[in-house]
Design a binder for this molecule. Structure first.
Ligand code: ADP
Ligand code: MG
Length: 259
């Protein structure tokens, strides 16, 4: 289980000296092992900030994060090392998060060496296994990220996240900017991957349609707070809050526009 308890994260307002505001405000959230859930909200609602806190890239100002029984927020650096890679964050900008000078093989083998100190031969074996898992063609092994298609870059980011054998993967708007067909293909693939591996997935998106498609619990975030959680959404009418209904409307008009 990955659990956030009463998380508040503050930043300074730009050009305001020391005035701070809550990017995330008293948020509690529980992600169950092996389950898919989604976090939905408009831009600026605090989703990425919460994602960084959940993946212990940033510490909250108030509140606790637990991974299983371990309170990550009270861990010393050395202890955090023991859970490194257990919660992985896959960002929106695939190309920007990949070293342009490294080959696909080097990108996938690096965490294997750093985290597991694997020997060269074992690393290569695992690298091929990871590529197979995300259906990345072996012919791309020596390619640099910019020689891959958009879809292949996303798959590489997912493979790199899988390399550390995570308990959870948080996908932060990871599928934005893809055309509709490719997005559908990747989301479908993610569902299959989830069935196969039973890793906890948190899908972060501004698009309620994407969250509905992934089928798990949906948490709606607005202005730093989770305003509604629907554990098993089947219909748009399962959402009660006026703000959630506004997100529903956005989906309906987008669907109409695509017809
Ligand atoms: P979302 O991912 O939902 O778009 P973010 O978590 O990125 O939202 O941002 C929430 C708010 O916090 C925004 O107002 C954003 O400008 C601000 N913010 C995010 N990161 C920082 C930062 N490192 N420094 C200052 N302000 C930040
Ligand atoms: Mg964001």
């Amino acid at each position: 289980m990955l659990r956030a308890e009463h998380i508040t994260k503050q930043y300074s307002l730009p050009d305001s000296g020391h005035t701070v505001f809550d990017a995330v405000s008293d948020v509690s959230l529980e992600l169950k092992d092996g389950c898919v859930s989604s976090l939905v909200g408009e831009s600026g609602s605090g989703k990425s900030t919460l994602a960084r806190v959940l993946s212990y890239i940033e510490m909250p100002d108030i509140g606790k994060v637990f991974l299983g029984d371990l309170e990550v927020t009270s861990c010393k650096r050395k202890e955090i090392r023991s859970v490194r890679g257990k919660v992985q964050l896959v960002m929106q900008n695939a190309l920007g998060s990949l070293d342009p000078h490294q080959s696909v093989a080097a990108i996938l083998e690096e965490p294997l060496q750093l985290l597991f100190h694997m020997k060269a031969q074992d690393r290569r074996c695992r690298c091929l296994e990871l590529m197979d898992m995300v259906r990345l063609e072996r012919s791309t092994l020596s390619h640099r990220p910019n020689e891959l298609s958009g879809g292949q870059q996303k798959r590489l980011c997912i493979a790199r996240a899988l390399a550390t054998r995570p308990q959870y993967i948080i996908f932060d708007e990871s599928f934005n900017g893809l055309d509709v067909t490719l997005k559908k293909e990747i989301l479908g693939f993610l569902k299959e991957l989830h069935k196969e591996l039973q890793i906890g997935f948190l899908i972060i998106t501004h698009d309620l349609d994407t969250a509905m498609y992934m089928e798990g619990a949906i948490h709606v975030m607005r202005r730093g707070k989770i305003i509604e959680t629907v554990e098993q959404p089947h219909h748009f009418s399962d959402f009660q809050e006026p703000y959630s209904q506004m997100l529903v409307k956005a989906v309906r008009s987008k669907r109409l526009a695509l017809q």
